[in-house]
Structure formats: structure tokens, C-alpha cells
Design a protein around this ligand. Structure first.
Ligand SMILES: [Ca+2]
Length: 368
């Protein structure tokens, strides 16, 4: 079975289905606001981008979407593809294009700035529920979609949104088995100098946020004990009891009861970003291993050649194994990974391409 790679673009004018969730936005009026002038919008890192104009490195080779086993390939044509999410039932990999991170270029009519993605089957055959962390200028919210169809006929239809609490900025999102949505609250604000302050504070290992969770019956709650430096990737265990999350600024991945408590942490190389589950029930993490290179990329160096690694983490022991390291030459600033049928796709919040890799094994699985 082949897998198309599709962009998680919203069918923005589709009418939201009736929902019993009071926090859902049923009106399409927010979507109509997408045509507001972009010039009025605050831009995260615009200031630092202006401080480093013309910071370009030499162009890279053309993308190679069909690499041989063991080679890292690339698929071009994306804008800041921060997160990737395989949906095997639909034969696709969803890609979020966090376009606001560009910090340059022409204003866009569309204001949707998707960040973390997650997907879960529904009780309706052929329908997958997709949750996406969305940012300003549209709004800070979890946007909900239904994914139907397969392959080239796969479609996303917007179904509603859950606005985030004040003074929270989401990064990644995961569903729990009972329908609760768990979100990493990265920092209180992302825009301007205050946003830069919190990112730097997290980079120094100081707490900037926590995990928050929303349920249709209870609304938002903070998960006790999860305050951390720049909480980032989120994954929930299949039974919903345990949440795993990256503490990017601390260089750690943590495990905590979904009810809250004292997290157990494991140190990893670099600064871990998004998390996902492998087919065999281990955690996959993309981690940034070149902090200086990454800062140069954030300051405007393109193409981005910041190195990264794919880590595999045992959810029981929290033992960490590095499965792949890359110097960033083909794709840099990798922030996410998703596996489907032995292929690994990589997203990057600073690049114009995603990565694709298949280990040199008979079944594509990572070696034990
Ligand atoms: Ca992330």
C-alpha cells in the first residue's frame, strides 16, 4: 500500500457539525476573519529575523522522495512542516505547515498556522478525528477536523475548535481514550520580546509552561506537577493512564499520571521535540542536537542545516536508544517523526521539505 503525503489544509468554509461541547465554535465567523490584513499581526521572532537579514547558506541538492533502504530521502514543497502524523487507515501522512515561522515573504489571505497534530479513529467507519494546535493570527485553539477518504481522495473537514485558556500557547496535542485532549502549554506568549524572553528562559532550563487537558464535560484543567521548561511533544498511553511529554529546555522526556503527580524523567541527547508511538509500542522522539545551528536557522539562515536525531524510548523503563543521527545536510531542524509500514517520515519547523527513511531491515522495523 502506498502512502500519499498530504498537507493538513483546512476546508475552512465547511460548516461545523453540531456538537454538545459548549466550548466548540460553531460559527464560521472566525474563518471569515482570515482575510484580515497580515500586516497588523504580531510576528514571533520578527525582530530577531530582522537582525539577521541575508543569512543564507548554499542551496541543497534536489529532493529525493524514493531513497534506497538506509538512505535519508526528502519530499519537497512544504512550508515549515513542524509535525507529521501517519493515518494508515486513510493511506496518508498529515503534515502541518507552521507558516507563521517564516518571518518573511508576502502576506497570506489564509491565517491558519497549524502546529502539533494528532489523529484517532472514530466510531464511524472511514472517519478519523484529527486535532491540530492552531496559532494566532487566527486564534490559539485546538482545531478539530474529520478526515475521510483515502490516498489522493482524502479530505479534511473542519468540525469545530476549543479555544485555549488565556496566557497559554499550545505546541503538541494528543487524544486520551476517554476523549480528553492533552496539550503542551509551551509558553504563556509567543509573540514579540515577551515570547523571546520565555523561549530563552526555557532554554536556560527554567519553567515556562505545563500540560493542560480539555474534556467536553469538564473544560480545561492543568495537569498537576507538569510545570517544566518549554513543554513540547505529547503522547498518551493507549489506556489513557499515562502521559509522556518532552521538556525541550531541560533536555528530558517525562512520564506522569494523566491525573497528575510527580513526573519521572529521563535525560536525552539534545533538546527533544515531538513524540509519537511506533508500531511496537515504543515512543519515537525527534531531538535537536545542534543548538547553535538551530539558533542560526531561527535567526534566518536558510536552508537550515541544524543536526538532529531519531530516538526510541521504552515507555516502561524510559531507556533511550538513538536510532538515527543526521547532520542536517538533507533536512535540518527536524522536530517530529511518524512511522507507517516501516517508513519513517520527519517534519521540520524550519525547512521546506520533510524527510523519509526506511531502516536496512527485512521489515522496516527498528532493530531491538
Ligand atoms: Ca513541537
Amino acid at each position: 500500500m502506498s502512502h500519499d503525503v498530504r498537507r493538513a489544509r483546512t476546508r475552512s468554509r465547511s460548516r461545523g457539525r453540531e456538537s454538545t461541547a459548549r466550548s466548540y465554535v460553531r460559527s464560521t465567523s472566525w474563518v471569515k476573519a482570515t482575510h484580515a490584513p497580515l500586516a497588523q499581526r504580531p510576528r514571533f521572532l520578527l525582530l530577531v529575523a530582522l537582525l539577521a537579514p541575508g543569512c543564507f547558506s548554499r542551496p541543497r541538492d534536489a529532493c529525493n522522495p524514493e531513497p534506497r533502504p538506509g538512505e535519508l530521502g526528502t519530499i519537497c514543497g512544504f512550508e515549515n512542516p513542524e509535525d507529521v502524523e501517519a493515518v494508515p487507515a486513510a493511506g496518508v501522512v498529515l503534515v502541518s505547515e507552521m507558516r507563521a515561522m517564516r518571518g518573511k515573504g508576502s502576506p497570506r489571505a489564509e491565517t491558519f498556522s497549524p502546529h502539533g497534530i494528532t489523529a484517532v479513529p472514530t466510531e464511524f467507519p472511514g472517519v478519523t478525528r484529527v486535532a491540530v494546535v492552531g496559532h494566532r493570527p487566527l486564534r490559539e485553539a485546538i482545531e478539530l477536523f474529520d478526515l475521510t477518504g483515502t490516498g489522493a481522495d482524502a479530505r479534511l473537514a473542519w468540525r469545530g475548535c476549543v479555544p485555549l485558556p488565556d496566557a497559554t500557547v499550545g505546541n503538541d496535542v494528543a487524544f486520551a481514550a476517554d476523549g480528553e485532549i492533552v496539550v503542551s502549554n509551551f509558553v504563556p506568549i509567543m509573540e514579540g520580546l515577551p515570547g523571546l524572553y520565555y523561549v530563552l528562559k526555557g532554554g536556560l532550563g527554567r519553567p515556562t509552561g505545563d500540560l493542560i487537558a480539555w474534556h467536553p464535560e469538564h473544560g480545561w484543567r492543568h495537569i498537576p506537577g507538569t510545570t517544566a521548561p518549554t513543554p513540547n511533544g505529547v503522547a498518551v498511553s493507549a489506556d489513557g493512564a499515562v502521559v509522556f511529554y518532552s521538556q525541550t529546555g531541560a533536555g528530558q522526556v517525562a512520564r506522569v499520571s494523566r491525573a497528575g503527580g510527580a513526573p519521572e524523567q529521563t535525560s536525552v541527547q539534545g533538546n527533544p521535540d515531538n513524540l509519537s508511538w511506533s508500531r511496537r509500542g515504543t515512543l519515537l522522539a525527534a531531538t535537536h542536537t545542534d543548538s547553535v545551528g538551530l539558533i542560526l536557522c531561527v535567526l534566518g539562515r536558510h536552508p537550515c542545516r541544524a543536526g538532529w536525531s531519531l530516538l526510541e524510548i521504552d515507555p516502561q523503563t524510559l531507556r533511550v536508544t538513538e536510532r538515527l543521527h543526521h547532520d542536517g545536510g538533507a533536512i535540518g531542524g527536524v522536530a517530529s517523526v511518524t512511522e507507517v509500514e516501516g517508513r519513517y517520515y520527519f517534519g521540520s519547523f524550519l525547512d521546506d521539505r520533510i524527510g523519509i527513511w526506511r531502516p536496512v531491515t527485512t521489515d522496516g522495523a527498528l532493530r531491538p
